[in-house]
Design a protein around this ligand. Structure first.
Ligand SMILES: Cc1cc2nc3c(=O)[nH]c(=O)nc-3n(C[C@H](O)[C@H](O)[C@H](O)COP(=O)(O)OP(=O)(O)OC[C@H]3O[C@@H](n4cnc5c(N)ncnc54)[C@H](O)[C@@H]3O)c2cc1C
Length: 420
């Protein structure tokens, strides 16, 4: 039987970052797909460059950004975000709660009334409570609740009040009422970077130092014997000292013979349609949020307005419950609906669709609930005691960015390699 000190499962950002930061080379990465990148993969088709879903980057650790950019070929674009919300047949600046003065007058008044009448934050337990308590009924019901219900494909009363962590653009009530500079951008991603070759370039930068014999593509983990520290893949059995798993926590538990609590560890999936057209659409916008329950998508992004290219190139994100049918027939029906909705909302105005690609991200948004936080922590601690470290967005069962994945993987590599 083969053996390795570190068996890394998954060649997405987390697995590659762990390998990259490991100061020794006694490791093996097994990746089920035939290419690296996980959710950060990029597709090129008919002159269009699309990610698996709009992936934009906001680095908080300049040394990580420098590290990646130094290893990259091609330019990285730095972009000032232009994002809008489609509401009442007009565009409202993002975030909604900071820009209610752009709503029709009666709706603006309703939001102000809601703000004045909102209850205190004591007793807030869920994400839905938080939205009402902090922003009042008007803002919650016009945008925050319907939009996030579409994104998470669940009842927001299930989610933890801090389910989105720093990714939620909080605004204080006093700020909402203050006059503001026009064009002021709020939120963690007011400027973002994007490589000209797509998100995969960050992944390739991480993989640069990797030797080919340490990476096995098309090799899927199918079982783990925790007691004997033995992994079974579709190709062989491998003995390990330490297993680094970046696959979804529920899958890892399953493969290890530990019954996952699927009720508690629930999630949404996202069906992404990448659509290329023969002509330009709206100019200057990078993405638009759609709270309307009758529209199939919650967000539409414009790669052409990031690249400055001449043909409309969209990613369209549709949030679905975990159990939703995503068979080819169901996807075909949804694509037809998406194309109609793009017309209804004024994005497609006569352009012809010339290329398309679709991908299901499953899981996409983990439902961070008070119970899931406890359950994931308990299971991960129990696995860690047996030399199995579940990391990454889905390994750790959380909401985070690729930079967070790199920070986590780097810290673990340094900790495990440090002399004890
Ligand atoms: C809709 C959406 C939009 C996002 N937008 C952004 C953004 O703009 N900016 C940002 O920073 N982040 C964004 N993210 C988050 C980002 O995609 C993730 O944080 C990151 O890609 C996670 O990387 P990972 O390596 O932890 O997991 P993954 O990318 O999921 O990698 C896991 C790998 O494991 C492999 N695998 C699975 N099962 C097995 C098995 N049994 N055996 C072997 N291999 C297996 C998979 O094929 C995959 O390659 C977004 C996520 C979503 C869902």
């Amino acid at each position: 039987m083969e053996r390795t000190r570190y068996l890394i499962v998954g060649a997405g950002v987390s697995g590659l970052a762990f390998a990259d930061w490991l100061p020794e080379d006694d490791y093996l990465i097994v990746e089920a797909e035939d290419e690296i990148g996980g959710y950060c993969r990029t597709v090129r088709r008919d002159g269009f460059v699309w990610d698996y879903s709009g992936h934009f980057f906001h680095f908080r650790h300049p040394e990580i950004e420098r590290y990646l950019v130094e290893r990259m070929d091609g330019r990285v674009l730095r972009v000032e975000r232009e994002s809008r919300i489609w509401y009442a047949n007009r565009f409202v600046d993002f975030p909604f709660q900071r820009n209610i003065d752009q709503l029709p007058e009666p709706e603006y008044e309703e939001c102000l009334r809601g703000l004045r009448e909102r209850g205190g934050e004591e007793g807030v337990r869920t994400f839905k409570d938080m939205l009402y308590a902090r922003y009042g009924r008007g803002i919650a019901e016009k945008f925050l609740v319907p939009y996030n219900e579409k994104l998470y494909a669940t009842n927001l009363a299930r989610l933890d009040a801090d389910a989105m962590g720093r990714f939620f653009p909080h605004v204080r009530a006093e700020e909402i009422l203050e006059p503001k500079e026009s064009g002021a951008r709020v939120g963690y991603n007011a400027t973002f970077t994007y490589p000209e070759g797509g998100a995969i370039q960050y992944v390739n930068a991480l993989a640069k130092g990797l030797s080919a014999e340490r990476l096995s593509l098309g090799e899927r983990l199918v079982g783990v014997n925790l007691e004997h520290k033995e992994a079974t893949t579709n190709k062989r059995r491998i003995r390990y000292d330490v297993l680094i798993s970046t696959i979804p926590l529920v899958s890892l538990l399953d493969l290890s013979g530990l019954e996952p609590d699927r009720e508690t560890l629930s999630h949404s999936k996202v069906l992404v349609f990448n659509l290329g057209f023969d002509d330009k659409g709206p100019r200057g916008l990078h993405w638009i949020y759609y709270p309307q329950r009758e529209l199939s998508f919650y967000r539409v992004g414009f790669y052409d307005n990031i690249f400055g290219s001449a043909r409309m190139s969209l990613y369209v994100e549709v949030g679905l419950p975990r159990e939703a049918d995503v068979s080819p027939d169901a996807r075909g029906a949804l694509k037809a609906r998406v194309l109609t909705d793009l017309q209804t909302s004024g994005i497609v105005t006569g352009q012809t669709l010339v290329a398309s690609h679709e991908v299901v991200l499953d899981p996409a948004y983990v439902h961070v609930t008070p119970r899931s936080i406890v359950e994931a922590a308990k299971r991960r601690a129990m696995l860690a005691e047996q030399g199995v470290h579940a990391i990454g967005r889905y390994g750790a069962w959380t909401y985070c960015s690729i930079e967070d994945n790199i920070v986590e993987a780097r810290a673990l590599a340094e900790r495990l390699a440090a002399p004890s």
